[in-house]
Design a binder for this molecule. Sequence first.
Ligand SMILES: [Zn+2]
Length: 452
Amino acid sequence: MSLSTSDRLLTILASLTKQKKHLSFSALKDSMSSYFDAIEDKRVQNKCDYSLHDVLMSAFSCMYFQDPSLNEFQKRIQEEQHKNNLQTLFGVKSIPQNTQLRDILDEIPSEELAPIFNDFFNRLRRHKHLEDYAILPNTLLCAIDGTQYHRSKDIHCEQCLHKEHKAGEITYSHAVLQGAIMHPDKKQVLPVMPEAIANTDGTDKQDCESKAAKRFIKNLRQAHPRQGFLIVGDGLMSHQPMIESFIDEGCHFLFVAKPGDHKYMFKSLEGFPELASYQFDDEKGCTHYYRWKNEVPLHGGENAIKVNFFEYILKNKDGKITYRNSWVTDIKMSRYNIVGMARAGRCRWKIENECFNTLKNQGYYITHNYGHGKKHLSYNMYLLTLLAFYFHQIFELTDGAYQACRKKLGSKKYMWEKFRNVIRFFIMDSWAMLMDFILSPDDYKVTLTKNR
Ligand SMILES: [Zn+2]
């Protein structure tokens, strides 16, 4: 029996609603809540004023609203109105004082937050949002890069990396190897659980990006064993031991390979004057030029691994080179995939621009000093910020009301300013109500007057 058009529409609508339900604010928040609740609390129970859940959720809500003073404000609202927005929106029963919040967060092992990233990833996959991100069949592009989020000459903790300068001065820092799922045609980037570049083994030996990358890929594989990945990285990754560790984990790779770092390979390419090539002019008159060669030894050593090399050059209409880069990969290059692979290699900038730059400069206060702690505080704050960013990326991808707020208020900065202003004065029963209030404030005049 065939369905009528209206029945079909109803079915589609029902499935859309269902899809959104699993990725809505309350679904993601509830899931996160349950992971927070599951963390083993090692404190002496009768001495605890605040649950681990309330501590983590209060810290998260500051990141979510990009407002370091959110907790203090909501505490004041609580005194005046006997309820507050941390309670209604995030399920926080009791808002901790800032000092207690920092002390408790410092003790929570950061890996306890990893399952949340995996859960969000699986929700996106189950509801087919990752299909548009596939760069090859069942393969997602995961760009990786290192970034520093704390640097100081005096504030430091057990996990800080330290660098001694000639004059005896020491710089302390925290960094991560971050990975994010991305696609050349998609603006949103979806972070995965990063790997801390930190001194955790109690020795003086400094951790580094390469070691962190090896741990990162093992964890990513373990978290998503059936998912194919094309790992896209910078020139730091394109050496044999690193490439082998990615191959061992069953991942494809696409790493920048510069002539300065790979003298032997580039020299040997000169021996093949007729590399396969392809070029085309676009509508702006720019020329896109590609060259490639499969099965090239990476270096001159005895057991050199063979890689597939390609190069991309972009010239503007005056013939001036405006972009040039070269990569090595395990994927066999051909006329059919060369354009797509160059786009995949180029889209790595998004991890710098859409992820790190947003976290550092677009309101997330990732480098804001919330306090450094002695153990895990600094990294936990980074992870909670990253989770807030993940929520927002998911809404941009899947949430109609959120997208309507963005459209109505223009800039992201202004939209968050609006959200913050509203919750400073009014109690919102839910995140959906807050968005609805922004979209149709006139509908709320009567109710809010009654509430006040
Ligand atoms: Zn530190």
